[in-house]
Design a protein around this ligand. Structure first.
Ligand code: FUC
Length: 806
């Protein structure tokens, strides 16, 4: 927080100017998303956020539209979705699966082992207890139409300061609008200026299509209040949003529900909002209107410059930790507006800077949608423009929410992982009930979907809802955070969650008859089906590969964590015994990694989920060095799956190919993800709509943010890997990036790396060790071992060169 006082303000202004100079000097097109026209659709607008408040800027000349979001704005309510008698059917479901009667087992799962109630109502959760993440509303600002033509229009999002700007000239004046969402001041801040006096005349309105009341509030403010449907008696979460204008010159007044500003020289518009969500994260305010009013009073008490300065300083604390340059783009590429740049790259233009921009955009989106104390980034981060958000804008646990957090550690945003940990902790209590009522098991479980209300029951359809390993996959994030940070206090906090999860799986494992391996029953391989002998398709199965890989990882993590903490010796032994008996990852007769315990015929061989390669990434049981046969089988599986798929699936495959050390293939997937969404086309004989919208939001389609995050992680994974006790430098560098430079990537064990390369070869690498330790590093075939002191810095390129001479 910036205190007032001339000295402070002077310092602040100086600091901002220095930042600005640094930005101007260092800025390339790699940190800019920009347009030469206003947005007509959500996926052309510019996303801003502080983790809680979101704003999407459309930038119309005559009408500015800002889509507003508040990350806890969820309809629905806490519900009892667990079937109280589910466990009664478990023995029969298991018997049928063990006897190979999968279709019959699936029928029973449908009838008795799904959630009760309407569930997420197939992604129409808005008016049932499951609920939906929703848009807060729209802010519309109508400028008094000028007859003159608009010139020099430019709308840009600058990732280096998280400010969206709009510039244009009209008549005899030049106009500029700037918007940012401040974390320190918890407000959306807009600033309108013109180079001619008294040229700003506009009307401001708030709108929401249902469940909101909008009224004037004093001479210069509007207030929107409302209450969402809880899915039972209708009286759900309350929310409030306030808008206030502070104009210089001219006048401001409220007429009806419109805030009218006339003939101002410049104006600042502040927007604050809150909900009374009382869940596991968020502000937990009981009076949203008062909370929005407090925030407003504080923000309105500061000058625009000091709000802006505090915002930039706070944002850059995260953003500046990592830089990436992937070599020069053709000058004309970087000079194009982003949609044209995407198109040119898709047509073969040389533009490595676009991948660097996409990487930094992923980091930007995480900083803007996930802050400690808040809710985790959902399927759309925090940016939704409808009430019926696709898939309810919830958290899917069979890849999507995890993918959102793949870049958190490696891309140097470790603290922003916290909302994910809070989500995991929040599922422990409801998940313990689900574990007991469905499986008669101890510990806790979450299946495929969860919401703001602690939903842990299976989904409403057996085909996708019976995946039991969602919670195991969540727990990977706890252990990975520890591997990167070695934060013992965190491990102490996280271990009971991991243990509770492992407890559940250790209780629910069953021995299968063919090999006497321990397997999960019932289960499915996320959303993928297989063909039975009678040609019908089933999903419910036992021991899918992904479950086995996840449990192998989770049990090992718990064993090691309990050793570090010196607790639970007996449990450790139990886990070690059971881990040794888990069904292993196997290679099928066609040389691919088997997805199920049996080699089924596959009705959808190019299915978007590739869960059976979990052990390659984000797990690490499959590596080209340690398990070359499995790595070769994974390659075959990926080839058979094909590249073309939904946005998140493309992003997943970047990481998988990076782990296989195939930079060119990973790069091809980046190129596919960076294909503009432009109507149906066929690639590899598969229909493909494209991977990126004009504003670089990932297209499932529709917009789904996981691909943005997954690709950011994938790009990092191409440059540095650090699993299984070895730091690999440039493990998957594609030919398309012959030179480049990255700073600030993180490696497990508390290491940070800066790397530079030219002509495809490493030229400089610096390793900083935060915690000290023995560190193994490899570049190509050369490996070194280094003993690092806490806080030490090492130039490792000469060491790698020296080592290679021996
Ligand atoms: C999973 C995926 C879908 C989509 C949804 C949100 O169900 O299979 O592709 O991403 O989550």
């Amino acid at each position: 927080m910036i205190k007032k006082g001339p000295a402070r303000i002077a310092l602040c202004v100086l600091f901002c100017s220095l930042l600005w100079c640094a930005f101007v000097a260092g800025n390339t097109g790699d940190l800019l998303i920009w347009f030469d026209m206003p947005a007509t659709q959500f996926t052309q607008s510019l996303p801003l956020g502080n983790g809680r408040l979101g704003a999407m800027i459309f930038g119309g000349v005559n009408e500015e539209r800002v889509v507003l979001n508040e990350s806890s704005l969820w309809s629905g309510s806490k519900e009892d979705a667990d079937r109280p008698d589910a466990a009664q059917y478990l023995p029969e479901i298991r018997r049928l699966l063990l006897e190979g009667k999968n279709a019959e087992a699936e029928k029973l799962v449908y009838a008795h082992f799904t959630c009760r109630g309407p569930g997420s109502n197939r992604a129409r959760g808005k008016d049932v207890p499951y609920g939906s993440y929703q848009v807060l509303g729209n802010l519309r600002i109508n400028f008094m139409a000028q007859p003159a033509e608009t010139r020099n229009y430019r709308r840009a999002l600058n990732l280096s300061d998280a400010i969206a700007s709009i510039n244009y000239a009209q008549g005899g004046a030049s106009y500029r609008r700037e918007t940012f969402v401040s974390a320190p001041d918890q407000a959306i801040v807009m600033r309108f200026t013109a180079d001619q006096p008294r040229s700003l005349t506009f009307d401001i309105r708030l709108e929401r299509s249902e469940r909101a009341e909008i009224a004037g509030d004093g001479a210069d403010s509007l207030l929107m209040t409302g209450r969402l449907n809880n899915g039972t008696d209708g009286n759900g979460m309350r929310f409030a949003a306030r808008v206030r204008v502070l104009q210089n010159g001219g006048s401001a007044k409220v007429e009806e529900k419109t805030l009218r500003v006339r003939d101002a020289n410049h104006a600042t518009i502040l927007i604050t909002a809150a909900t009374d969500y009382q869940g596991y994260a968020g502000r937990r305010t009981s009076d949203p209107s008062a909370a929005a009013s407090d925030d407003m009073a504080k923000a309105a008490g500061r000058s625009y410059e000091s709000l802006r300065c505090a915002h930039i300083a706070e944002y850059r604390k995260y953003f500046d930790r990592t830089t990436l340059w992937l070599g020069p783009s053709a000058a004309e590429a970087a000079a194009k507006p982003t949609p044209a740049r995407l198109k040119a790259a898709a047509e073969g233009g040389r533009d490595p800077g676009l991948a660097a921009l996409y990487f930094q955009f992923g980091r930007y989106l995480l900083i803007s949608s996930s802050r400690p104390g808040g809710l985790p980034a959902n399927l759309q981060g925090i940016w939704a423009d409808t009430l019926d958000t696709p898939w309810n804008g919830d958290w899917h646990l069979n890849v999507n929410v995890q993918m959102n957090y793949w870049p958190a550690e490696v891309a140097n945003l470790s603290e922003l992982h916290q909302p994910m940990f809070a989500l995991i902790a929040s599922l422990q209590e409801p998940g313990a009930r689900t574990a007991r009522l469905y499986y008669g098991a101890r510990g806790w479980v979450a299946h495929v979907i969860t919401n703001a209300w602690g939903f842990t029951a299976p989904g409403e359809a057996a085909s996708w809802g019976s995946t039991t390993s969602g919670s195991a996959w969540l727990c990977q994030h706890l252990w990975e955070h520890y591997l990167f940070t070695r934060d013992d206090a965190f491990l102490k906090w996280a271990y009971p969650l991991m243990k509770g999860s492992a407890r559940f799986y250790a209780d629910m494992l069953v021995e299968e008859p063919a090999h006497r391996w321990l397997v999960t029953i019932p289960a499915n391989s996320p959303e993928n089906g297989y063909r039975l002998a009678d040609k019908s398709i089933a999903h419910v199965c036992m021991g899918p590969t992904v479950d086995m890989q996840l449990l192998c990882y989770l049990f090992a993590a718990c064993i090691e964590a309990s050793r570090i903490l010196g607790v639970d010796e007996d449990f450790r032994k139990e886990l070690a015994d059971k881990r040794a008996r888990l069904a292993p990852t196997r290679i099928g007769s066609d040389g691919r990694v088997m997805e199920w315990l049996e080699e089924y015929d596959e009705p959808e061989p190019t299915h978007r989920h590739i869960s059976h390669l979990w052990g390659l990434y984000p797990g690490s049981e499959i590596t080209p060095d340690d398990t070359p046969q499995l790595a070769a089988a994974a390659r075959k599986s990926l080839d058979a799956r094909g590249d073309i798929s939904t946005g998140w699936s493309l992003a997943y495959k970047i990481n998988l190919w990076a782990r296989l050390g195939d930079g060119n293939r990973a790069h091809r997937l980046i190129s596919l993800l960076l294909s503009p969404v432009a109507g149906q086309k066929k690639v590899e004989g598969v229909s493909f709509l494209g991977g990126s919208y004009d504003n670089l939001f990932d297209a499932h389609p529709p917009f789904q943010i996981d691909g943005n995050f997954g690709a950011a992680a994938g790009i990092a994974e191409m440059l540095v890997q650090s699993h299984n006790g070895l730091i690999r430098i440039l493990p998957a560098l594609p030919d398309a990036w012959p030179q480049g430079r990255v700073t600030g990537l993180q490696a497990r064990g508390g290491y940070e790396l800066d790397i530079a390369w030219k002509e495809g070869r490493l030229t400089a690498a610096t390793l900083r060790s935060k915690l000290g330790g023995i560190c193994r590093i490899r570049y190509g075939l050369k490996a070194i071992e280094l003993s690092a002191k806490p806080g030490s810095t090492h130039q490792i390129t000469p060491l790698l060169a020296e080592n290679s001479k021996r």
